[in-house]
Ligand binder design. Structure first.
Ligand code: GDP
Length: 445
């Protein structure tokens, strides 16, 4: 079951129960059973499913709930927390330091997605102002260097590799030495994989590790192997001690939930997940955000991250957000960015309640048409209106009529856009209060 379907099924189980006019303990047990079945179908380890079952039961204590307690909220909260707990590695990962050479080495089996993920990680750090580069030490797979070269060129990232040198240790150390001299801050080294875990692969990994002395070794793991991820990561850990894991192909893998929870259970930090073949299909992994997304609760920080991966410069909006503001112009810029980012269905889960809701039930074509109309609306506004906090429209409703007429839309659509912007502005204000550009805590009731 792909993650999206898993989320939908869990959500449906909770919603069915909490929407029922009367909520019996039997129905509550039924909901837990349905959630457990869904998790097992996603190849989540039976022991973890058992832990989750107990956690939900003991958090809710159905039989002891006061008659007027908000059961819906208590149950939603318990399910949310129990799910966060099974994907939480409870370990913090290493962070690169600015103005230093940070060497990051990738290991993993062939086909796991190492080469693709190297570039994704490089883009991620580049967007955060690091001076990044790539070294291709995969001399085993024909075409690996070409693939890295193509990806790196597309992303405008300097790279190093050799078509003639067949010793991966030499290529790795030459590349790292060159880039260190040039004061690159993040040097990502891609290594060879094999189809299976075998001695030659492990020996090579150890040699490269000794030669380039990475600050961080990252293991790349394909989500489709499900709970077997635990054994595979243990085997790699025994030889090339890595500090973090990236799980790829969580978009298509039926067993994605199994892989993530199995790795989390080994207390190894999962730093990112790959969500598709495109360079921007990459997200930093935070247990709470992940579960929010899984359950379709929207996650602003993931959305902002994705926008940054695609567009790099988000300074004006970021500056406003830091000050707890979100103008009509910020709304316009974000819609324009989102509409450039490909299928809406991929983004819907990240959008905060209202915006995701607006797009719900629409296919990608309808959704993108809706976004276009929103841009037309903004383009019919004056500079003063765009830079305002949006209240100018409620104070002088005639402005809405003018904008609707100018953009060939309806007043209702203008109102809808402004109410989204107001919601985002409210969220920006709250985020400033929390001192972080992200949502915290559990779902609303
Ligand atoms: P390597 O042998 O480990 O270097 O693997 P590659 O980077 O060549 O990736 C193998 C295949 O997996 C390629 O076709 C990639 O496009 C694909 N791939 C990598 N990451 C993802 C992901 O997150 N989602 C999907 N759907 N495909 C991915």
């Amino acid at each position: 079951m792909v993650l999206q379907d898993l989320g939908k099924r869990i959500n449906a189980a909770v919603t069915d129960l909490t929407r029922a006019p009367t909520m019996s303990e039997k129905a509550f047990d039924g909901m837990i059973k349905e959630i457990c079945n869904a998790l097992m179908e996603a190849d989540v380890n039976i022991r973890l499913v058992g832990t989750l079952r107990k956690a939900i039961k003991s958090k809710v204590k159905f039989g002891e709930l006061a008659p007027h307690a908000n059961k819906r909220r208590i149950i939603q909260q318990a399910v949310f927390e129990a799910l966060v707990d099974i994907v939480n590695p409870h370990e913090k990962a290493w962070q690169p330091k600015k103005a230093k050479s940070n060497v990051i080495m990738f290991v993993g089996l062939q086909g796991a997605g190492k080469t693709t993920t190297c570039t994704k990680l490089a883009i991620y750090y580049k967007a955060r102002g690091f001076k990044v580069c790539l070294v291709c030490a995969d001399t085993f797979r024909a075409g690996a260097f070409d693939q890295l070269k193509q990806n790196a060129t597309k992303a405008g990232i300097p790279y190093y590799g050799s078509l003639t040198q067949t010793n991966p240790v030499t290529v790795a150390s030459d590349g790292v030495a060159k880039f260190k001299k040039e004061r690159f801050e993040i040097i990502i080294v891609d290594t060879s994989g094999r189809h299976q875990q075998e001695n030659a692969l492990f020996a090579e990994m150890v040699e490269i590790q000794a030669a380039v002395q990475p600050q961080q070794t990252v293991m790349v793991l394909d989500a489709s192997i499900g709970q077997a991820a635990e054994a595979q990561s243990r085997a790699f850990k025994e030889t090339a001690d890595f500090g973090a894991i990236i799980i790829t192909k969580t978009d298509g893998a039926a067993a994605g939930g199994g892989a993530i929870s199995a790795v989390a259970a080994t207390h190894t930090p999962i730093i990112f997940i790959g969500t598709g073949e495109h360079q921007s299909d990459f997200e930093s992994f935070k247990p709470e955000s992940f579960v929010k997304r899984l359950l379709g609760m929207g996650d602003m920080s993931a959305l902002m991250e994705k926008i940054q991966m695609n567009n790099g410069d988000q300074k004006p909006t970021m500056k406003n957000l830091a000050e707890g503001k979100f103008s009509v112009r910020d709304m316009r810029d974000q819609i324009a960015n989102v509409s450039k980012m490909g299928p809406l269905s991929k983004l819907a889960g990240m959008m905060p309640g209202g915006m995701g809701g607006l797009m719900q039930g629409m296919d990608d074509e309808e959704g993108s048409m809706k976004m276009k109309r929103m841009i037309y609306i903004c383009d019919s506004m004056t500079e003063k209106e765009l830079d305002s906090d949006g209240k100018i429209f409620t104070e002088q409703p005639a402005r809405m009529t003018r904008v609707a007429r100018g953009s060939g839309t309806s007043v209702r659509e203008v109102e809808e856009l402004l109410s989204q912007q107001q919601m985002m502005a409210g969220m920006a204000k709250k985020m400033k209060g929390m001192g972080a550009a992200g949502q915290k805590g559990a779902p609303g009731a």
